[in-house]
Write a protein that binds this ligand. Structure first.
Ligand code: ADP
Ligand code: UDP
Length: 237
């Protein structure tokens, strides 16, 4: 496998083509961004931690029968993945109220949500990732109704698997965001990443925030918190 040219430089990862047209390399950088790229900082070790964290989680999900992009870990910060045609829609599940839900609906942070909510956002930084609904997804052709139903079912299964995993490590999986794409066979596959950059995790006892809210809210100890989460669920760093 040979690394070829840079295809896309996102806010936190760089995507490279390879000599295999069905494979890409995701390189996890130390860049950390919030508020649609308005706040950006370099945090030591973050690329390495998120790459290893993501690979550990994707392997767990794959073992639970969820199709993921994961092919092969290449280095501390690089992973070979299936090339997907990404669906520009973010799938968000919430088990407890936090973040934009609290701001939008004026509910109390930490309120338990039974059953968990499922929300869709258009992936578009210049529009600040607006919330959308099922009919927007289908009418604008971002995904078919069938693909959307699969994305929702897979996201809820991911929630079941990961809520248990984090609970066993003494944490609450408050909410998270997933991105899906379509592979060469037309299968819906989990892409992008699952790391503390794209979810909220609180300590069960103290409710200490152990995720990117530490960066958003300037609480400090961002990568140290990610490393603590990794240690609690057994991610080898
Ligand atoms: P952003 O685009 O939000 O700034 P990143 O820095 O994480 O985010 O960039 C990674 C980009 O690569 C994202 O646009 C994501 O949709 C895309 N991507 C992630 N996984 C895959 C994949 N398996 N195949 C193709 N594109 C992918
Ligand atoms: N999220 C993300 N990328 C985004 C928007 C949200 O990873 O572009 C994650 C975020 O980290 C949280 C969940 O999705 O775990 C729900 O985010 P929310 O809608 O509360 O928005 P926020 O307050 O984070 O902007």
């Amino acid at each position: 496998m040979e690394k070829r040219s840079e295809l896309y430089r996102g806010k936190a990862k760089t995507v490279f083509t390879t000599d295999n047209p069905e494979r890409l390399i995701l390189q996890f950088r130390n860049d950390t961004s919030a508020f649609d790229g308005e706040k950006v900082e370099q945090l030591d070790r973050k690329g390495m931690v998120n790459n290893k964290f993501n690979n550990f989680i994707m392997a767990k999900l794959e073992a639970a029968g969820i199709p993921t992009q994961l092919d092969q870990v290449l280095s501390d910060t690089e992973t070979l993945v299936k090339k997907l045609t990404m669906i520009p829609v973010e799938c968000v599940v919430r088990n407890f109220a936090a973040g934009s839900l609290v701001r939008r609906l004026g509910v109390t942070e930490g309120q338990a949500l039974n059953p968990p909510t499922f929300e869709l956002f258009l992936k578009n930084d210049s529009l600040h990732d607006p919330m959308i609904n099922d009919s927007h997804v289908v009418s604008f052709g971002w995904a078919t109704a069938e693909q959307l139903a699969q994305m929702k079912a897979l996201t809820l299964r991911v929630n079941d698997v990961l809520s248990k995993l984090f609970d066993a490590g003494g944490m609450m999986l408050v909410d998270f965001k997933l991105e899906f794409g379509v592979d060469a066979d037309g299968t819906i596959v989990l892409g992008d990443e699952f790391s503390p950059d794209g979810c909220r995790l609180w300590d069960k006892e103290t409710r200490k925030k152990l995720d990117k809210d530490r960066f958003r809210q300037g609480l400090g100890g961002v990568v140290e918190a990610y490393e603590e989460v990794a240690a609690r669920i057994g991610v080898p760093l």
